[in-house]
Design a protein around this ligand. Structure first.
Ligand SMILES: Cc1cc2nc3c(=O)[nH]c(=O)nc-3n(C[C@H](O)[C@H](O)[C@H](O)COP(=O)(O)O)c2cc1C
Length: 149
């Protein structure tokens, strides 16, 4: 069984795109070594991340992430065991919601969930399965959604 956990956190206001690229590089390197996969989203000053893999490995990583001073207020939104990984092709993928107004259905659905999540700070077990499924589909179709320059 694969353990999956989704948390949100508040990014430090001074964080830059370069910082996020650094986090991604560290994540890809370490996660590959620990058989962890997932996706990171940065949106309006918030992070949303799903981590998946062996439960002990994921919890050890989360302990480390909690101590990271590039963000604060880590809140677990959903966790549990599942049959298969949603992001099995990616040690860590990055999704940036496009800022244009011509969003397709999946992009629009993702945007709405991100708004819902930022409206209330605490939403344990928010139904995130469809949300991450949509993100995964977009990433598969279009590749890496890079942070904007
Ligand atoms: C929002 C956020 C997400 C992160 N995601 C990961 C991750 O998926 N994997 C990882 O190894 N580190 C991640 N990090 C970085 C870790 O907190 C830590 O800095 C990194 O693992 C380096 O640890 P090391 O010095 O033991 O190599 C993340 C940090 C932040 C702020």
């Amino acid at each position: 069984m694969i353990f999956q956990i989704t948390y949100s956190s508040v990014a430090k206001p001074e964080l830059t795109i370069t910082d996020i690229e650094e986090i991604m590089a560290e994540a890809i390197e370490n996660n590959s070594a620990n058989d962890i996969t997932g996706c990171l989203i940065f949106n309006q000053g918030y992070f949303l991340q799903i981590l998946e893999g062996n439960k002990q490995n994921v919890m050890n990583l989360l302990d480390k992430i909690r101590l990271d001073d590039r963000h604060d207020h880590v809140i677990i939104l959903s966790e549990g065991l599942t049959d298969s990984r949603t992001f099995k092709e990616w040690a860590m993928s990055y999704y940036h919601n496009p800022s244009n107004t011509n969003l397709n259905k999946e992009e629009q659905a993702i945007k709405e969930t991100l708004i819902d999540l930022s409206n209330t700070s605490k939403k344990p077990n928010f139904p995130l399965k469809v949300f991450w499924y949509n993100v995964r589909n977009l990433l598969s179709e279009r590749g890496y959604y890079k942070p904007p320059r």
